[in-house]
Design a binder for this molecule. Structure first.
Ligand code: AN7
Length: 355
């Protein structure tokens, strides 16, 4: 493999041999993938683990894991001659679709649940120049509309029902095996539409088949308590949670998630908004990792299992799916900041600091 710093980066370059690419697939990239795997500095013991690692998917070009799958879905759409793409989204898929569409000169249509998308994600969809439709309904309604619209019009659907999304997202599992030298014993991951847990399980299964790992991780999926259809076993008609990214009542990859859970001997459980926000604050204050609320669900879940005495050492990786900057309103609502005004003088600042 080339080691030149000028060599092209990205999922379509690094992982070409495990993706369904052809000579005609355009090798597009925004530099996605190859995200850091960082060892926990503070929460490892509290989570009852010997080793806890964070996969910083927030370091992708649009600030979430969606870029890994989107780059493959968009490249394959272009290969098939598409000029336009569409997705339904709680915010991150739309930000990612809009970015790759802008990059590649495609039209991009995004259907979002009205008033429920975090401000930073809306800003991204606007800045990248997508056509935004606010649906009078939730994500599940938006996805139903997007499926029907793309069946009827010459527009490629780039939600994770598109198998190329899953193909691209599985590369994160390969990266984890490559970095650790094996799969971890456990993988903690937030679950919304369930594409990502499906993709990771596919990736880890492939790694084991190829001899890149000896372990199959137990897949530990966590849903928000107000949007936990995979825990209750029935769709939630009016999902609700502070973690708007995973405010999804009828996941498209339902069977993929259940398969990942059962084949891996894992579990899919619910964490309350309070537990999510506790983990959100701990990640920022103790680990220096500012993630969006949905991402904190993976760590909230580990903390919850630990409190119940259900983690007994071993090595876990928690997927931190999206950047905290995407949802500034939740951040500011979480804290009463201790900010003191001062004149622009040394004396003024000293007085303010009580020095
Ligand atoms: C930060 O953007 O569904 O279980 O439309 O943004 O694969 O859906 C986002 C999902 C976790 C859940 N963390 O992943 C969308 C969307 C963050 C997310 C999930 C999402 P899936």
């Amino acid at each position: 493999m080339s080691t030149s710093p000028l060599a092209p980066r990205g999922v379509l370059y690094h992982w070409a041999e495990v993706l369904p690419l052809t000579g005609q697939t355009p090798r597009i990239t925004l530099g996605e993938g190859d995200t850091p795997l960082v060892r926990s500095a503070a929460l490892e013991g509290q989570c009852g683990l010997d080793e806890l690692w964070f996969k910083l998917e927030s370091c992708n070009p649009t600030g979430s894991f969606k870029d890994r799958g989107m780059v493959v879905a968009v490249a394959k759409a272009m290969e098939s001659g598409a000029r336009a793409i569409m997705c339904a989204s709680t915010g991150n898929t739309s930000a990612s679709a809009a970015a790759y569409a802008a990059r590649c000169g495609l039209e991009c249509y995004v259907l979002v649940p009205g008033g429920r998308v975090a401000a930073g994600k809306m800003a991204q969809a606007i800045a990248y120049g997508s056509r935004i439709i606010e649906i009078d309904g939730n994500f599940d309604d938006a996805l139903n509309a997007a499926r029907e619209l793309t069946a009827k019009h010459p527009v490629a659907l780039v939600n994770s029902v598109n198998p190329y999304r899953i193909q691209g997202q599985k590369t994160a599992a390969y990266e984890i095996c490559e970095t650790l030298g094996d799969a971890p014993g456990m993988l903690a991951i937030p679950v919304g539409n369930a594409g990502n847990i499906t993709a990771y399980w596919k990736g880890f299964s492939e790694c084991a088949e190829k001899g890149l790992s000896t372990l199959h991780p137990r897949m530990l999926g966590f849903q928000a308590a107000g949007a936990a259809p995979l825990v209750s076993g029935i769709p939630v008609l009016e999902p609700n949670t502070v973690a708007t990214a995973i405010r999804i009542g009828n996941p498209a990859s339902w069977s993929g998630a259940i398969g990942a859970r059962d084949e891996s001997g894992g579990s899919i459980e619910a964490v309350t908004d309070e537990e999510i926000l506790e983990a959100y604050r701990l990640l920022a204050a103790k680990e220096g990792l500012f993630v969006e609320p949905a991402s904190a669900a993976s760590v909230a879940g580990l903390l919850k299992l630990a409190r119940a005495g259900r983690t007994r050492g071993g090595r876990a990786v928690a997927i931190l799916t999206g950047n905290g900057l995407k949802d500034p309103d939740t951040a500011t609502a979480q804290y009463t900041p201790d900010i003191t005004r001062s004149a622009a003088t040394v004396e003024g600042v000293e007085r303010a600091l009580g020095w």
